[in-house]
Design a protein around this ligand. Structure first.
Ligand SMILES: [Zn+2]
Length: 297
């Protein structure tokens, strides 16, 4: 199985266009080499069948930077077969608008998200005249790539996107995924939004050689400390890395798994490679993924 981490920032990216917090200012001064595009993953068990997890607003440059996602010479045939959404957030779905040039993609999302993208933020009907997207509601295990890639859905939470805040549709609204290559036996877990640590996640991590997790916030009160306002990390749908109940403590004891953080908010000090926080993660054998990071399992 191959993974390419296309984007590693939370909504807004790093730097965010309208922000000069310490993280955004440092990134702006350092230049594009350290910038982060918005979170997105590509996964594949065979070279001509790639699947995206989420479609970020940065999807076009992300795809262009990934040679394995290019169409074979002389064709208009993309190796991209589909997109799995973890939720209906704008920074995970608006990239679908940039993938409308006739590709027949399979789009998978939880039922509540498909309904929200049909009614509250009607991407589905907006895209319908442009291509042959096949929307599918997640229900249990999926088999993609002619059965080779098994996808398990891990319900995470019922956090709704702001545009559907008043929706009474039952969840889950946010999910994570485990991918199993049924030929090689390798497995990976992708969980970029963790409002809590569900039982099912602990089970899914068992035997996974790689896990890419929600690294949005370093600490619970980071938004307030860095920007002077803003709710806590959990209220925004993300367990922080550190502090009581943080994700870092969960990783101990899983020594056979390679750990990565993604979906970093621009306030997260660990986004800076020279930071004390980054050193702490490195010494805990946890990597902060950079855009374009490739993982072969
Ligand atoms: Zn900022």
């Amino acid at each position: 199985m191959r993974l390419r981490i296309l984007g590693t920032a939370a909504g807004g990216g790093l730097p965010q266009w309208n922000c000069a917090c310490p993280g955004c200012s440092r990134a702006r001064a350092a230049g594009p080499a350290v910038w982060r595009t918005q979170e997105c993953l590509a996964v594949s068990a065979s070279p001509d069948a790639w699947y995206l997890v989420n479609a970020s607003p940065d999807i076009r440059p992300q795809i262009l930077a990934s040679p394995e996602l290019a169409p074979p010479g002389g064709t208009r045939r993309t190796p991209l077969r589909g997109v799995l959404l973890t939720d209906g957030e704008l920074d995970h779905t608006t990239g679908l608008l940039a993938l409308r040039e006739g590709a027949a993609l399979d789009l998978f999302a939880p039922a509540a998200v498909v309904a929200a993208l049909t009614e509250d933020f009607p991407l589905r009907s907006l895209l319908a005249p442009y291509g042959a997207a096949r929307w599918q509601t997640l229900a249990g295990e999926l088999r993609l790539d002619d059965g080779r890639l098994r996808v398990s859905v891990i319900p995470v939470s019922d956090k709704r996107p702001r545009y559907a805040a008043g929706s009474s549709r039952p969840g889950p609204w946010v999910v994570a995924y485990r991918f199993d290559d049924t030929v090689t036996g390798s497995a990976a877990v992708y969980a970029p939004s963790l409002a809590r640590w569900p039982e099912e996640l602990a089970a899914a991590l068992s035997g996974a050689r790689c896990a890419i997790l929600d690294g949005t916030f370093w600490s619970e009160d980071e938004m307030e400390r860095m920007t002077g306002h803003g709710p806590g990390a959990r209220a925004m749908g993300h367990l922080p890395i550190t502090g009581a109940g943080g994700t870092l403590a969960r990783l101990r004891g899983h020594t056979d798994t390679r750990w990565f953080y993604t979906h970093l908010n621009n306030t997260n000090p660990a986004a800076d490679p020279a930071s004390r926080e980054r050193s702490l993660l490195t010494s805990a054998l946890v990597e902060v993924a950079a855009d374009g990071r490739e993982i072969h399992l």
